[in-house]
Design a binder for this molecule. Sequence first.
Ligand code: SF4
Ligand code: SF4
Ligand code: FES
Length: 500
Amino acid sequence: MSIAITINEEEFTAEQGQTVMELAQQHDIYIPHFCWHPGLSIAGVCRFCMVEVEGRPKLEIACNLPVTAGMQVRTDSEPVQEAHKWALEFHLINHPLDCPICDQAGECGLQDYYMQVGKYQAQMTQAKVLKPKKLDVGVDLVLDTERCILCSRCVRFEDEVTKSGGLGIFDRGDRAIIGTYQNKRIEHNYTTNLVDICPVGAFTSKDFRFKKRVWFTQEAQTVCPGCATGCAIDLAFNADLKRYYRIKPRFSEVNAHWMCNFGRGMYMHLNVEQRLLSAYSAAEDAHKPMLKTDTAHIVQALAEQLQQAQQVALLVTPQYTVEDYRALLAFFVGKLGIRNVHQWRSRQEDTEKFDGVLWRGDQNPNSRGLLEVLAEFGIDKQQGNEFDTLAAGNYDLVIALAPQVLATFADIETDLQKLQELPWVSLWASAKQVLDYRYQQVLALTCFAEQRGTYRNYAGVERQLHAATSPVSAEIMSITALVEKLAACCKAQEDEHGSS
Ligand code: SF4
Ligand code: SF4
Ligand code: FES
């Protein structure tokens, strides 16, 4: 049932059971808060979200205030602002003033709210209670208990989302302290969400701490390529340095507010030290390292090889976009009539595995997308690893798309080794690790952060990728761009042969 209420004299329609905080959030009306989080139960402990309701004697907390018909709410009156000032003053009684060295600066609720509604003339003069700092409490977690404002978000996350119950608030009064249970650490695949939801700098990430001030980073809204769930993410990078720093979850129907730790690492392979930055071709002595070569030259050589080869096959990992598969198959299957397309997947994966929260054993972001595009070109397949079938085939040219995230292929070294034993391989890859092997040629591909496109997750939901920056090297290209180049080369060769 719909209910009419006013907030700051503007009328809104709310749903029965909604809280004033939810309605305000829905309409971008700002009510400061610490303990409320849309993905957790209501605790009502920070007393920071005070609002005034016409006809009620006291201010009330918006996060636990259900809407009622005709309710008139004010979020900006003088008593409300005064309440915010005092709530902040209390929160800061024992909070250290270490903003200049705190990793949360730039995205700290406490700091930001103080700038807006702080008292500035603090009246608390007592010495602060000192609590333990810099505790290593679990996977990717450092805990600084004296920065904690006891909002209990982290405790509720452990109880309600991962159901691991790893945290508690111990003792009472000014000695109350956040912490783990005796001799226990927080060791699951979702720990870094605690860093995200902590509104202050009490929890920090071992991986991100002191690496980059957040105001020197930008964020791209894209999708995690770490498994078939396809969580929505914000990828932090610095466009001038072309450097990636961290990944945080972004709300979507697929992942709500969370993501797993494994997915957090999906920025590491994007940085220049890990990347294949240009094309390479085999040295004359096949045992010597491959030689850096101009991309145009390599594409030309591939076009020539395509003319000569009798048996050609494609080996495709499910880690690229639907658009790239369409471009690839339109040329190889549609134009050249090559129908030997094999899936390349990890030998050790258990695609049925699901951890009950988000993470799936299918560690490819686009398994469904690949099968669907193959079907569009009349190639009907079930999900499965066909590497060995390809290796046993009699192909005199194999074009192989290596996985973007080598870490998701537990047996990648075996496969790359086997691949180099085939007669003629054009390997398209983004990780420089492939240069440890010897192929006839290697072409450098873009990564998920450098392109737009679509994945289809395990349930068939479309997940849209958005580019963060241009590729880390000018020699790097998307599959679509490479296929276009190759098609142009083949056409030029055909024209040449036709006219001679
Ligand atoms: S550690 Fe952070 S999230 Fe946990 S209670 Fe303290 S302030 Fe809240
Ligand atoms: S659950 Fe999968 S898609 Fe989501 S963050 Fe983890 S690895 Fe990435
Ligand atoms: S946000 Fe409402 S009491 Fe904390």
